[in-house]
Design a binder for this molecule. Structure first.
Ligand SMILES: *[C@@H]1O[C@H](CO)[C@@H](O)[C@H](O)[C@H]1NC(C)=O
Ligand SMILES: *[C@@H]1O[C@H](CO)[C@@H](O)[C@H](O)[C@H]1NC(C)=O
Ligand SMILES: [Ca+2]
Ligand SMILES: [Ca+2]
Length: 217
């Protein structure tokens, strides 16, 4: 999945994490255990909710140490790109990968309530505690971050116009060396505004843009 697609998806899909967080809140005794296996000397940037992370992770069953997942061995062997803190990965990883530096390695032990639950998910059996060994390779501030909003908001007036969004998409496509027609950008912008411009004034406010972690403002 390309980063551009992720950005598009984030403009267009409302996240549904409220339910997940609610479910987790009912199990206050179960916590994620984090052990740092390797910490790079230079830790300049730390992960937070809404960031795009690129990581390798191997999954093991705590019960017998058997491996049930390895991102290095899947079809393409590519590390995964995902957005932190929004339910794209299991809750235990959303919590366990917070505040992590690129280059850092962690062992994260996740109770079943924050992993695959009472039902499990083949090949993970029901009620299984799982252990992940994760290496964070790259981190970029995600499309729902205040950094991204500011980047798009070129005139810094705290609203995004269609032209600003389109300019940003063009710039991203160029940066990622993805060739797209003008009509593609027009369609994306149209779709973004149809879904997000709730008051129909032709611009996106911070609230409409749905920046994660408003408290930073
Ligand atoms: C951190 O990185 C910078 C530049 O990337 C380098 O000059 C510096 O020596 C590094 N510091 C340590 C403690 O490795
Ligand atoms: C999983 O745990 C729940 C709650 O402790 C229990 O009710 C259920 O029977 C367990 N399921 C299995 C398959 O062990
Ligand atoms: Ca603006
Ligand atoms: Ca608006």
């Amino acid at each position: 999945m390309s980063v551009l697609f992720l950005i598009y998806a984030f403009f267009c899909l409302q996240t549904h994490t409220v339910l997940i967080e609610f479910a987790v809140a009912s199990e206050p005794n179960e916590e994620v255990k984090i052990e740092v296996l390797y910490m790079p000397e230079n830790c300049t940037k730390k992960s937070k909710r809404g960031d795009l992370l690129n990581a390798h992770y191997d999954g093991y069953l705590a019960k017998d140490g058997s491996q049930f997942y390895c991102s290095r061995k899947t079809k393409s062997g590519h590390p995964h790109w995902f957005v932190l803190g929004v339910g794209e990965v299991i809750k235990g990883l959303d919590l366990g990968l917070d505040n992590m530096c690129p280059g850092e390695r962690r062992k994260i032990t996740v109770p079943p309530s924050l992993a695959f639950g009472e039902k499990g998910k083949d090949p993970v059996p029901p009620n299984a505690t799982v252990v992940f060994e994760v290496e964070l390779l790259h981190l970029t501030r995600g499309p729902r971050s205040i950094e991204a909003f500011k980047e798009i908001d070129r005139d810094n007036d705290k609203t995004l116009t269609k032209e600003e969004v389109k300019e940003f998409l063009r710039w991203e496509a160029k940066r990622l060396d993805t060739k797209k027609d003008e009509s593609y950008f027009d369609d994306v912008v149209k779709d973004v505004f149809r879904r997000n411009d709730h008051d129909g004034d032709g611009t996106l406010s911070l609230k409409e843009y749905n920046v994660l972690g408003h408290d930073e403002l």
